[in-house]
Ligand binder design. Structure first.
Ligand code: ATP
Ligand code: MG
Length: 412
């Protein structure tokens, strides 16, 4: 970054979403706090279900958002922390074990046990994106979060591994570099959103987050302060809009307006007789749509999404990991009634999560759509302290982990 202040105190987050490109520029004012100095947003093109499908279009959209943020911040953006999502993301839990030679656990033992846990067979074309330790066990009894300095003869680690398609990451990074933005770090989007909207207590007790975007709904579970599960579902807000456009035979623009202004997951008697005028898909005539009809189109899509979530919870026996319920975020969480539908479908408490931004920026950023972008900024702040992932393990282990997950640098 070229700016009147030093290079090191500027942080940039780039959220390449299916519906919007969002850039946040912040200045670090203290170890734990930042001041947002630039916001850039542009409609997204060339991205489908969280993955780049048209490089030229995506580059143009990123450039628009970057330019707007640069103008506001009064500086040139050179690199950013990037979010990643898409159906190519996979996750698994793995386990590693090493003997301790001198009785006392040192940093290199932790590196060794994580390397052992990370030695898994990956599907072809997949590459490790994050290795997140859940806990360590010393001599099969004591569970600890930072084993360095402790005594024992055998160290074990349980880790959550997130992998992504090499080609999908390369395409995303290529778009950013072609738009003039280097990629300093890559983070899975639901982890970023979780950083922005979950409270420390929720993560400790056990909570699920579902970031319902335009192309994907990103799911993650935290308990005892660490990540327990991640999954990307290929159903989100744009699918609802397309369903409305198809069924009502209206334009995508009017289908989006119907969903946002009148759509709901709950059928209300008052909606039965209310008619809304929309443009027909060919653009030459108008037609009237009953709001209840729109709700009947929305209902099965939302039910399908929560059914997928429920199946994932049952398949991996996750029920007991989320006593604090589910936090819905992302633009899709603004759909009327979705919180209530989630509570009924999943039989757990639910709330809508808004990023905890500094008071000065509440108006501009206090919105579920900004959860990922603001979370990426939080990640950049942690990294600037040299302690990415501090929340889930000790500082030294984090530095090592950070190096492990910086594989994405290979693509630059
Ligand atoms: N008030 C609203 N009611 C219903 N849906 C809404 C509302 N506001 C936004 N949305 C929907 O939210 C979606 C966009 O959310 P978001 O900006 O979080 O997605 P994204 O980050 O671009 O996509 P993704 O994360 O899937 O790549 C769109 O489908 C949009 O229609
Ligand atoms: Mg998103």
């Amino acid at each position: 970054m070229k700016h009147q202040s030093t290079y090191t105190d500027i942080l940039v987050a780039l959220d390449v979403g299916t519906t919007k490109m969002s850039v946040l520029v912040a200045q670090k004012v203290a170890e734990d706090s930042l001041n947002i100095i630039g916001i850039g947003k542009a409609p997204s093109y060339g991205v489908s279900r969280g993955m780049v499908v048209d490089i030229a279009q995506a580059v143009h959209a990123i450039k628009c958002a970057v330019k707007e943020a640069e103008l506001m911040a009064g500086c040139k953006i050179e690199s950013a922390t990037l979010g990643i999502s898409g159906a190519h993301i996979q996750s698994l839990t793995s386990h590693g074990m090493v003997p301790i030679k001198n009785g006392r656990i040192r940093a290199h033992d932790v590196v060794a046990v994580l390397a052992a846990a990370k030695a898994v067979v990956l599907a072809e074309g997949q590459q490790i994106l994050h290795v997140l330790p859940q806990y360590y066990t010393i001599d099969s009894t004591q569970r600890v979060t930072d084993p360095v300095g402790m005594f024992g003869v055998r160290l074990e680690a349980q880790v959550h591994i997130i992998t992504g398609s090499v080609a999908a990451v390369q395409n995303l990074v290529r778009c950013c570099t072609a738009a003039g933005v280097g990629v300093s770090d890559i983070m899975l989007q639901p982890l970023a959103s979780a950083d922005a909207v979950l409270s420390r207590d929720e993560r400790e007790l056990g909570v699920a987050i579902l970031d319902i975007g335009g192309g994907t709904s990103d799911f993650a579970i935290y308990q005892q302060g660490t990540i327990r599960h991640t999954k990307i579902f290929p159903v989100a807000g744009n699918h609802i809009t397309h369903d409305i456009a198809l069924c009502v035979r209206t334009t995508i623009k009017d289908a989006e307006r119907l969903k946002m202004d009148y759509g709901s997951t709950l059928r209300l008697p008052s909606d039965m007789h209310q008619l809304i005028e929309v443009e027909m898909v060919h653009g030459e005539e108008k037609t009237l749509v009953n709001i209840d009809e729109v709700t009947r189109i929305i209902e099965p899509r939302v039910a399908e999404l929560f059914m997928m979530v429920q199946k994932e919870i049952e398949k991996h026996h996750l029920e007991h990991l989320m006593p604090a319920g589910m936090v819905l975020t992302g633009g899709g969480s603004l759909l009327r009634g979705i919180k209530e539908t989630a509570m009924v479908a999943l039989r757990i408490p639910a709330r809508v999560g808004i990023p905890h931004v500094p008071p000065m920026f509440k108006e501009a950023l206090s919105h579920p759509m900004n959860a990922t972008g603001y979370g990426l900024l939080m990640q950049a702040l942690k990294k600037s302290k040299g302690s990415a992932l501090r929340d889930i393990s000790g500082p030294l282990v984090n530095r090592i982990l950070y190096r492990m997950k910086s594989w994405a640098a290979d693509f630059f």
